[in-house]
Design a protein around this ligand. Structure first.
Ligand SMILES: *[C@@H]1O[C@H](CO)[C@@H](O)[C@H](O)[C@H]1NC(C)=O
Ligand SMILES: *[C@@H]1O[C@H](CO)[C@@H](O)[C@H](O)[C@H]1NC(C)=O
Ligand SMILES: *[C@@H]1O[C@H](CO)[C@@H](O)[C@H](O)[C@H]1NC(C)=O
Ligand SMILES: *[C@@H]1O[C@H](CO)[C@@H](O)[C@H](O)[C@H]1NC(C)=O
Ligand SMILES: *[C@@H]1O[C@H](CO)[C@@H](O)[C@H](O)[C@H]1NC(C)=O
Ligand SMILES: *[C@@H]1O[C@H](CO)[C@@H](O)[C@H](O)[C@H]1NC(C)=O
Ligand SMILES: *[C@@H]1O[C@H](CO)[C@@H](O)[C@H](O)[C@H]1NC(C)=O
Length: 793
């Protein structure tokens, strides 16, 4: 500490160099930095990645190899290789959760705080998701260049938001596997810096314009090059933290093949096949009795069937838990051996580094198993250019502190919050308010004046945090604030009278209720879906006391049973803002005062409190009416709901029309010849997807027109659902097959087109987990407008 101050003092003395001294990081070490270490084969940029990786492996002793199998990988000084920290986090902005990121050790002390993923997901805008990934990649590279971050980031989290109580549901794109897949594709491509190969009409070699100092050189690594490495986590069926007697560290998720195929594994498969993700993370839980990181079949399937090229990391200490919590193996060495042999390449934690040598000595693990892991690890590092010497001379070397918290990125964070906020109730078009007619405003609630609670989990230090109160005050100067409760737990009504007093005096009242991380987070699931503590009473009593009906703003990721508010006429409007990030307050104010017309839609079902009698540990997606099990998510759930998946209002109204879509689809020309006979003979009413010669050729476009029938312009999320004939047990009620967010001006129409692949979108998983296309009438649905497509052989 004192040395640090002395250094600063000297800097101040040498005034002209002041800026340089403060902003210059402590000399950062990078591998293959000339002149000392460029003669190694693994440093030779003209050689293929595999050659370089293999050469490096060949230079290492067994001991050195084992020390690479931890997130805190040891340095190898004799080869000029510094230690590398694999664990950095960037769920919705550069975050502090992983030790790879430091906001304290250099010139970058803040990074753009985008909304939590569930909010961004609610925007249903792939372009937005991609641009957020790209912006984070720029900030990540900028921080790496000054030694404040690694290049391997463990995001996105694409587990399905299966149960409303899940503490980490907020981190995910919601409950629908198709949306989660689309999010994974866009975010991963953005983060990994792959040029968006334009299905959406825009080309986004974003960072060239975003960061003017980027040297655009030939990519040394061809198609394989990575700007930043993304990681789709957590494989698989991970969506329980701590509930009842169950803990994520030992929970055995009992899942059917059917649910695995069309729910739990779907986002991971897409993330590999369509986004070329360079990392997968295996989860703590067991999947049908075997720890996920030891599920050789699942891990190998990703490589052999999906074409995964990258590394597989364990969740943090997930190898240790196999022995220590699950008692699944007889010794630590067995836990190390079964995971590495199953295909896991690196262990977040030190367990493998500590027990690996003995595992080899005992003959449980072979050096070639370790070499395989190292090949995957080094290949990713090489694709990132980590062994290309000083990054200053590389493709991304121009990025630095001035590329973090740029106006462009902060505007994108604002745009994401605007697009993601969901208007769930708006009686009599109470909103938007006309700023000119609002003489005073009251904002009430324990989080209403708290700028640090708006990021959700996995956040960093935001560029410019603001509270909701501050955001509204910029629009109406006479805005007053009262917490009503001490904190979100709201254990006392002692300040309710004060809240009512403040509300009574104001022209309009905004109530802020809901959740923060004290209610839902990593290692912490909820037990109730109701507002915490006395919050419900606060909302009702303030609403009753207010002159006019009030606006209720809900925070948090988990669905809330707010049926009391839905049914209360003194609560005119309800807005869900989730965790809207650093620009959330501004976005909320813009929406309340009509400067932005909301278009977000809920990416998950809001269940009633009675749902909590269903054990969270029951993984079944499908309902079982015989035993009273209601099923989960809009695809299978058959009970009452508070608000449904896809709920979201606008200040205008829209109507739809199918412009064109086929009425009939014949599969007969596309079946493997021998199987056609079988189908006919057995008189089956479905076709197995793997009996098709080609699906691509059967792909068709559904042309849709959206008309804005109101007098304000607006964005609108078009959701196309399909209902397939119920020939297979466990067929969903309906499933989302495509979506698009379009802009439509008042009294005008916009056309959009959604591409349907029958093998993917008109198929269902059978009980063996195989995809089949039912023959007969399939229904495509835009809200209540239907279009029939008959499939025949
Ligand atoms: C790097 O590899 C290329 C291709 O094999 C070779 O021609 C070149 O001499 C190597 N450079 C060094 C410095 O070894
Ligand atoms: C990382 O590993 C090195 C040894 O290679 C050790 O000195 C250091 O304490 C470790 N850091 C952490 C955070 O475990
Ligand atoms: C937890 O375990 C206790 C004792 O084994 C049992 O009585 C209780 O029903 C369990 N709770 C749940 C939610 O499974
Ligand atoms: C995935 O990588 C392969 C080569 O490794 C490349 O041919 C393909 O274009 C990539 N796909 C995407 C979507 O980037
Ligand atoms: C594992 O074994 C320990 C004793 O070695 C025991 O305390 C613990 O309850 C066991 N855990 C499980 C999940 O069986
Ligand atoms: C703001 O909220 C955070 C998290 O929700 C909490 O830890 C903190 O104490 C709150 N700060 C104030 C001033 O209420
Ligand atoms: C989708 O997001 C992009 C990037 O923020 C934005 O430019 C575009 O207007 C959005 N589309 C709609 C219809 O909101």
């Amino acid at each position: 500490m004192s040395l640090h101050w002395l250094w600063r003092f000297l800097c101040v003395l040498i005034f002209l160099q002041f800026y340089l001294c403060i902003s210059k990081p402590a000399s950062v070490q990078f591998p293959c930095k000339p002149p000392h270490h460029h003669s190694f084969t693994f440093c030779n940029k003209s050689l293929p990645i595999t050659t370089r990786a293999q050469s490096l492996i060949s230079l290492l002793t067994l001991q050195e190899k084992i020390k690479q199998l931890s997130n805190n990988a040891s340095g190898i000084p004799r080869l000029g290789i510094p230690a590398y920290e694999w664990w950095s986090e960037s769920l919705h902005g550069i975050a502090t959760n992983g030790p790879g990121v430091s906001f304290m050790s250099g010139p970058v002390s803040k990074a753009t705080g985008f909304p939590q993923v569930l909010v961004t997901a609610a925007a249903f805008n792939r372009t937005l998701w991609f641009l957020i990934g790209s912006a984070i990649a720029i900030e990540a590279r900028a921080m790496y260049n000054v030694g404040q971050a690694g290049l391997t980031f463990w995001a996105p989290n694409v587990n399905i938001f299966r149960d409303p109580r899940w503490g980490r549901g907020q981190e995910t794109p919601g409950e629908d596997p198709m949306v989660a897949s689309a999010y994974a594709i866009a975010y991963v491509k953005g983060l990994q810096g792959v040029n968006w190969k334009d299905t959406n009409g825009f080309s986004a070699n974003k960072f060239k314009t975003g960061a003017k100092r980027v040297l655009v050189e030939d990519d040394d690594h061809g198609n394989d090059g990575l700007m930043v490495s993304a990681c789709c986590k957590h494989v698989t069926a991970y969506d329980l933290e701590s509930w009842g007697n169950f803990s994520r560290y030992s929970f055995n998720a009992v899942v059917t093949e059917q649910d695995l195929e069309d729910t739990f594994q779907t986002p991971f498969r897409t993330c590999v096949q369509e986004a070329n993700v360079s990392c997968l993370m295996c989860s703590y839980n067991q999947v049908n009795g075997v720890p996920a990181c030891a599920r050789e079949d699942l891990l190998q399937k990703a490589r052999t069937e999906w074409g995964f090229k990258g590394y597989i990391t364990s969740d943090c200490d997930a190898v240790a838990t196999i022995f220590e919590y699950q008692n699944y193996t007889k010794s630590p060495e067995d836990a190390v051996a079964i995971t590495i042999k199953a295909g896991m390449d690196i262990n977040c934690g030190s367990y493998v580094a500590r027990h690996g040598q003995l595992a080899v000595d005992q003959g449980k693990l072979r050096e070639e198993n370790i070499d395989r892991a190292l090949l995957n690890l080094f290949s990713v590092q090489l694709r990132l250019g980590l062994f290309d010497g000083d990054p200053k001379y590389g493709k991304f070397g121009g990025l630095g502190p001035e590329n973090v918290c740029t106006t462009e990125h902060r505007t994108l964070a604002l745009e994401a919050a605007r697009q993601g906020i969901v208007l769930v109730k708006n009686d009599g078009k109470f909103l938007p308010l006309d700023k000119r007619t609002v003489s005073s405003l009251a904002i009430i609630g324990p989080l209403a004046n708290n700028a640090s609670s708006l990021g959700g989990d996995y956040t960093g230090y935001s560029c410019n945090p603001q509270s909701l109160f501050e955001g509204l005050k910029e629009f109406v100067d006479k805005t007053s604030y009262e917490g009503g409760c001490l904190d979100v737990s709201c254990n006392s009504d002692s300040r309710f009278h004060e809240a009512r007093r403040v509300a009574r005096k104001a022209d309009f009242v905004v109530l802020v209720a809901g959740l923060d991380l004290s209610q839902e987070t990593e290692d912490h699931d909820r037990v109730s879906l109701l507002l915490p503590g006395e919050q419900m009473a606060l909302v009702s009593s303030v609403a009753a006391a207010s002159k006019k009906p009030v606006i209720l703003v809900l925070t948090g990721g988990g669905p809330l049973d707010v049926s009391f508010a839905r049914d209360n006429p003194k609560i005119a409007s309800i807005l869900w803002i989730g965790y809207p990030g650093e620009a959330g307050p501004r976005a909320l104010a813009e929406i309340i005062f009509g400067e932005y017309n909301p278009a977000g839609k809920l990416p998950m079902t809001w269940y009633p409190e009675s749902f909590t009698k269903i054990p969270m540990s029951d993984m079944r997606m499908r309902s079982d009416p015989a035993s009273g099990y209601p099923g989960r998510t809009y695809r299978f759930y058959i009970g009452d709901q508070v608000y449904g998946f896809g709920r979201g209002l606008s200040y205008t109204d829209f109507t739809y029309k199918f412009l064109s879509a086929p009425r009939k689809l014949s599969l007969s020309g596309f079946l493997k010849a021998k199987r056609v006979l079988n189908q006919r003979e057995e008189n089956l009413d479905y076709v197995h997807v793997n009996e098709m010669t080609s699906c691509n050729i059967l792909r068709f476009q559904v042309q849709i027109s959206v008309t804005n029938i109101g007098d304000v312009d607006g964005n609108h999320v078009v959701m196309l659902f399909s209902r397939v004939p119920k020939i297979v047990m466990g067929t969903p009620e309906k499933q989302l097959v495509g979506f698009d967010r379009v802009h439509t001006t008042s009294y005008k129409s916009t056309e959009t087109s959604i591409s349907i692949d029958p093998c993917e979108h008109l198929s269902v998983a059978n009980e063996k987990g195989e995809r089949v296309i039912p023959l007969g009438d399939h229904v495509l649905m835009l809200e209540d407008i239907e279009h029939y497509v008959t499939i025949v052989v």
